[in-house]
Ligand binder design. Structure first.
Ligand SMILES: Cc1cc2nc3c(=O)[nH]c(=O)nc-3n(C[C@H](O)[C@H](O)[C@H](O)COP(=O)(O)OP(=O)(O)OC[C@H]3O[C@@H](n4cnc5c(N)ncnc54)[C@H](O)[C@@H]3O)c2cc1C
Length: 366
């Protein structure tokens, strides 16, 4: 058990950093730093039923869910559409802002939230934070880099960096489809193995896309209009990056750990990073409670299946990036049609049981 005077500085208050702070709130003196003053996240917020169960189990409040989806319309560019349906929801839309707020409210007095400050550097077991002309120095026993794909903590401490990523964008527009379906367009011209998605929630349709190059707002909106024929002015345009190179080589050095996107712990193929951010945050918090903390962190991550799942997705991405063509897209279309009855279930469960991954890939390539 870490002594309660242990100082833990967490850089980044997204899914991973907030999770570390939450689990250490009564066990250490925690400093949670984010350059934003109001916490939000560019992620769509889609989570699988097992992720929702995990959240319910590990946090002391019910995660706020906006909507449940039971079907997906997959559109293969210039080839055809496949409608996938399940009797039960296969994805939920998390209300991220409400979720972050609830987590922040639970942190208590042992966690000092330092918002509006950017991490700059480390200097002999102190972090240097900056806000305009103001600087802060905070000493630490443990430093957590939860600062996303382009981690400055990784850079400052000599840890490896995420090598490749996609650019993700999302915005709202007038409601077009009032059902529980997500539309997903696979178009390799936009991103090699990803595409454009849309769903209607509350009183708007959200459109998102992942691209292998940065896009201007007007270009992104034009792509959205091409597929979903919306006419109204887009609102709330946001962008972020999605790591696609898989887990970085070294996840820790001495008493510095990287978690979530900073450690490349996001699905290289599917772009799913919420569950892995939470699991890595839990693993880091658990490890700080132990001797050999760095090794314990990696072991906890391995035990939770996160590393295996992401490495398998990384292999799938590299195969796909090399071989994607009109022919492979046709193949994927036929594969989706053949497996129409259980594909949603397969995709939901694969994260929980990564050993099924090779089977799914073999089925596709055979
Ligand atoms: C458009 C888009 C859609 C996505 N949709 C989904 C989805 O539906 N489902 C899913 O599972 N995953 C999705 N993802 C991936 C998922 O959002 C991420 O994997 C996850 O949010 C990673 O969490 P994190 O806490 O590690 O990092 P982040 O969420 O990136 O948080 C990093 C935090 O660090 C702060 N920060 C950065 N640098 C500094 C600094 N120098 N000083 C201080 N603070 C700093 C940032 O302000 C930020 O708050 C999506 C990603 C994008 C971009």
């Amino acid at each position: 058990m870490a002594p309660s005077g242990t100082k833990v500085v967490i850089i980044g208050a997204g899914f991973s950093g907030l999770t570390v702070a939450y689990f250490l709130r009564d066990k250490a003196r925690v400093y949670l730093v984010d350059r934003k003053t109001h916490l939000w996240n560019a992620s769509t917020g889609l989570i699988t039923p097992p992720t929702l169960e995990l959240m319910k189990r590990v946090f002391s409040f019910d995660p706020p869910v906006e909507k449940a989806f039971d079907s997906m319309n997959v559109m293969f560019k210039d080839i055809g559409n496949v409608y996938l349906h399940d009797d039960k929801p296969f994805l939920y839309l998390l209300d991220k802002t409400a979720f972050f707020q609830q987590l922040q409210d639970k942190l208590g007095d042992n966690v000092e939230q330092i918002l509006g400050y950017s991490f700059k550097d480390v200097e002999s077991q102190n972090v240097i934070l900056e806000r305009k002309t103001d600087q802060k120095r905070i000493p630490y026993d443990f430093l957590i880099g939860a600062d996303g794909c382009f981690s400055k903590v990784a850079r400052a401490t000599g840890l490896s960096l995420v090598k490749s990523w996609l650019y993700g964008y999302e915005w709202g527009t007038e409601p077009t489809q009032g059902n529980n379906t997500i539309s997903f367009v696979i178009d390799p011209n936009i991103a090699r193995a990803y595409g454009v998605w849309a769903f209607t929630s509350s009183n708007e349709t959200r459109i998102g896309l992942a691209s292998d190059r940065p896009l201007r707002k007007s270009d992104a909106e034009q792509i959205g209009r091409t597929y979903f024929s919306t006419q109204s002015q887009p609102s709330d345009f946001k962008g972020g990056v999605i790591p696609t190179s898989g887990p970085i080589r070294r996840l820790f050095i001495d008493n510095v750990f990287l978690v979530g996107d900073a450690a490349g712990l996001c699905g290289p193929f599917l772009g799913d990073g919420i569950q892995t951010a939470i699991k890595s945050g839990m693993a880091a918090a658990q490890a700080i409670d132990q001797r050999n903390a760095g090794d314990a962190y990696v072991q906890f991550l391995k035990d939770s299946g996160v590393i295996k799942y992401l490495k398998q997705q990384a292999i799938l991405r590299s195969i796909w990036d090399r071989f994607v063509s009109h022919t492979t897209l046709k193949r994927l279309y036929r594969f989706t049609l053949r497996n129409q009855g259980h594909l949603l279930d397969d995709l939901t469960m694969i994260k929980e049981d990564p050993s099924k991954f090779p089977l799914l890939v073999r089925k596709f390539f055979s």
